[in-house]
Design a protein around this ligand. Structure first.
Ligand code: SF4
Ligand code: SF4
Length: 265
């Protein structure tokens, strides 16, 4: 399959699920922009605002059209997601503290436009299912508690638009990798929570999130080497479809100096 980069203008032309006309935030106090119901239980994580991930080409697009939300440029951090021990893909993390009052509404980031649906994508870019978008929503679902988001029931036309947006987005193997990696990370953490701390899901919501924060911050919810193997396996499967090196340059082959040509043995 031929590798392609993302047409961000086309992606941003699709209607967002959280639309201006639905005024959904009036019924949930802008939960997706400020998940206070969860963060009020935290001691260490910030209690205000929302952490957003911006995809690599998306950052350049938003800068070019001057669409970065107020305050986001100042909080920008680069995250390097490992594809293997020798390769990484960068995504960007920003903190939005606008609490639903986007400073450039038509340019709110893709992550805000797709919420509350998270596409489950196959290595060839096909969407095979839908899941709760955020880790907190996945945890609500695990606790069998309704998410505060009232948009979880969307119309057929909205699902159709969403799938068209995904078809455009997943022409680019880098986007396929990052979305599959995000899903794997969530699944990995939830599986570990269930297998290592089965009693936790019986706690009331407030103590559950307070204990969850401590486990998360002390790294107990991830097995780093297992996660790296899972990400490498995803990358391999994507490059089988899109072509070797489609996720970025392959590492130079290592020359073992003890066996290099001309070395006397
Ligand atoms: S949480 Fe859901 S209902 Fe609330 S503002 Fe966000 S998209 Fe709308
Ligand atoms: S950009 Fe807008 S929709 Fe996205 S988190 Fe910020 S205020 Fe909410």
């Amino acid at each position: 399959m031929e590798s392609t980069s993302t047409d961000w203008e086309r992606i941003y032309a699709f209607p967002a699920l959280s639309r201006t006309d639905s005024e959904c935030w009036e019924r949930c106090s802008s939960y997706c922009c400020n998940p206070r119901r969860v963060t009020q239980n935290f001691c260490f994580f910030p209690r205000k605002g929302s952490e957003l991930l911006i995809l690599p080409g998306e950052l350049e697009y938003l800068r070019r059209v001057q669409g970065m939300q107020q305050g986001c440029e100042e909080s920008l951090r680069e995250l390097r997601v490992p594809i293997s021990s020798a390769r990484t893909i960068s995504v960007y993390r920003v903190t939005c503290t606008l609490e639903g009052r986007c400073s450039a509404r038509e340019f709110r980031p893709l992550i805000c436009r797709m919420y509350p649906l998270f596409p489950i994508v196959a290595p060839d870019g096909r969407v095979t299912g839908l899941a709760p978008f955020s880790l907190f929503d996945a945890l609500f679902s695990m606790l069998k508690v309704d998410s505060p988001c009232v948009l979880c029931q969307v119309s057929l036309i909205e699902v159709d638009n969403f799938l068209s947006l995904c078809a455009e987005l997943f022409k680019d193997p880098v986007n396929v990798f990052l979305v599959m990696a995000a899903h794997q990370y969530k699944t990995h953490m939830i599986d570990r929570l269930i297998t290592h701390y089965p009693e936790l899901s019986k706690e009331p919501e407030s103590t559950f999130f307070s204990k969850w924060e401590k486990l998360f911050l002390t790294g107990k919810l991830t097995d780093q080497s297992a996660l790296l193997r899972e990400l490498a396996s995803i990358a391999d499967r994507i490059e089988v479809t899109f072509g070797a090196g489609s996720l970025g340059p392959l590492p130079e082959p290592r020359i073992d100096s003890t066996h290099s040509p001309g070395t006397c043995e």
